[in-house]
Design a protein around this ligand. Sequence first.
Ligand SMILES: Cc1cc2nc3c(=O)[nH]c(=O)nc-3n(C[C@H](O)[C@H](O)[C@H](O)COP(=O)(O)OP(=O)(O)OC[C@H]3O[C@@H](n4cnc5c(N)ncnc54)[C@H](O)[C@@H]3O)c2cc1C
Length: 333
Amino acid sequence: MKLIKEKKSFIVIDHHFHNASSIAGGIFNPVVLKRFSIVWNASKQIERLKEVFTDFENLLHKKYIYNFPVYRIFNDEQEKKTWLKKANSHPDLIDYLSIDTEQLNNFSSIDSPIGSGEVLHTGRIDLMNLIKDFKDYLQINDLFIKEEFDFNLLKLQDNKASYKNIEADRIIFAEGFNILNNPYFKNLPIIGVKGEVLKVKTNAILPDAVVKGKEFLMPLENNEFFVGATYDRDHVNYDNTIEAKEYLTTGVKQFLKSDIEVVEQHASIRPTVVDRRPIIGEHPEFKQLVCLNGMGTRGTMLAPVMVDDLYNFLELNEPIDKEADITRFYNRF
Ligand SMILES: Cc1cc2nc3c(=O)[nH]c(=O)nc-3n(C[C@H](O)[C@H](O)[C@H](O)COP(=O)(O)OP(=O)(O)OC[C@H]3O[C@@H](n4cnc5c(N)ncnc54)[C@H](O)[C@@H]3O)c2cc1C
């Protein structure tokens, strides 16, 4: 989208083997719900996210942005006290935390005896449909090659790159976890964190909001809901497991008093980084090879701003945000 907006020529190569983005909840939420702290650069990210995904809506003539609150069910009175204190006086959080803790009381199917905190300026991007529709758009416009990138066919000369019959000033590698199979960037400290999610059906009357108890429960279409997600660093693969299904359904049942029927299960791998920041910038030796990775657990919010940073660096020579700059890992090449 950035390249379309800036009128730059490009072509996307993607084999659609596995991608985290297509199964992600697409939830955008500026608050860390464990500690009630603000996410890195949250307000800038939320603002840019709305602009970028509106651009997708305008280009593809479909709705992808769903604005709704996140209700965080309190586990105990202390959590509620902490929440209210931060909602009333914490300068970074005051705009994002509501002081109304009774919002879920009208929903008899949700068990929230101590109440819940409402996070504002949150919602969901329908990434699954967006990626599918955007891929169709790229294919119709001859901008998409569906194949696995073959590194044997990559030729690097005089700050240019060629691949088969394509010549380019740069190749941007945005391969998610699979970057560890990229011979040029495989030494970056990407840590795969497997995540599994469910699509469930229930007849319960639920709010038009994400409910966060032990798990996230988020409305989709047709009385279907997203439930997620697991975090597994020990079994990093793309397989659905019975254990995750049980873990997620048990987690939901801790606060949802109605029956659920599991209709789908998906697994993928988050590309996280040791210092929890993205990795963007040029290869130290081959400047025409560029990395856009490390979106971790929050790609929906992070990617629009990181793409801007990367573009401004490559085209306008502006510095990359130090915390996301690949140069911090140059000693690994
Ligand atoms: C279960 C789960 C739930 C999540 N929920 C959320 C959420 O609610 N909100 C949020 O913000 N984030 C969420 N995330 C995190 C988010 O999904 C990631 O931050 C984001 O998807 C990473 O995007 P990416 O483009 O870097 O990688 P990916 O989405 O994995 O995309 C990489 C792409 O590169 C392609 N590729 C890789 N190697 C090659 C190759 N050699 N040749 C051709 N193509 C290749 C793949 O086919 C794929 O299309 C979740 C993640 C998981 C796993």
